[in-house]
Design a protein around this ligand. Sequence first.
Ligand SMILES: [Zn+2]
Length: 144
Amino acid sequence: MTAHPTSSRQYPVAKSDTEWRQQLSPAEYRVLREAGTERAWVGEYTDTETEGVYRCKACSAELFRSTTKFHSNCGWPSFYAPSESDAVELITDRSLGMVRTEVRCASCGSHLGHVFEGEGFPTPTDQRYCINSISLDLEPASER
Ligand SMILES: [Zn+2]
């Protein structure tokens, strides 16, 4: 697969393809390392309202918090902002004949989803980080 465009960035968490395949399930690998997309509405966190922190499934870096999660009715977990602006890397994605902005984990370079803006959602940023559930691990606030 060549769907995942290469980035010039050196990520703090760097693993070989073999190591990622050993660590991740085939479904996780397909999304995180090959920029796949899970089907709408099947994800574990699509409408989750649990308070907590969403971490990268691949490297456990904190990416999003439940406080910025909102119901977009799009079928994937949606956030209006990352936990920290440098927690994610944004890359122009010209695959599938569209120009979109890909969202990756800034720590390990794994694919998370895409970010859209100007859709009119009543959020502080009018951005929608449309993230695959399978790319995330929710750490509930009650267990911290
Ligand atoms: Zn990561």
